[in-house]
Design a protein around this ligand. Structure first.
Ligand SMILES: [Zn+2]
Length: 58
């Protein structure tokens, strides 16, 4: 089942969103976005939990 995530659900004002075929692929895309656009070299566990709670079926 495909997954989708909208960054604006946890970072107010961010318009980025993505879809992927599974959660691993989704997290790869999210970490790349976090690094490039939010200057996060690694994603804190707290954020990972928030992201997981916002992942939706695409
Ligand atoms: Zn973002």
């Amino acid at each position: 089942m495909a997954k989708k995530f909208a960054c604006g659900d946890i970072v107010s004002g961010c318009g980025w969103s993505t879809t992927a075929n599974d959660e691993n692929e989704l997290f790869q895309k999210i970490s790349e976005h976090a690094k490039n656009d939010h200057n996060m070299t690694s994603i804190p566990n707290e954020i990972i939990q928030k992201v997981k709670s916002k992942i939706q079926e695409a």
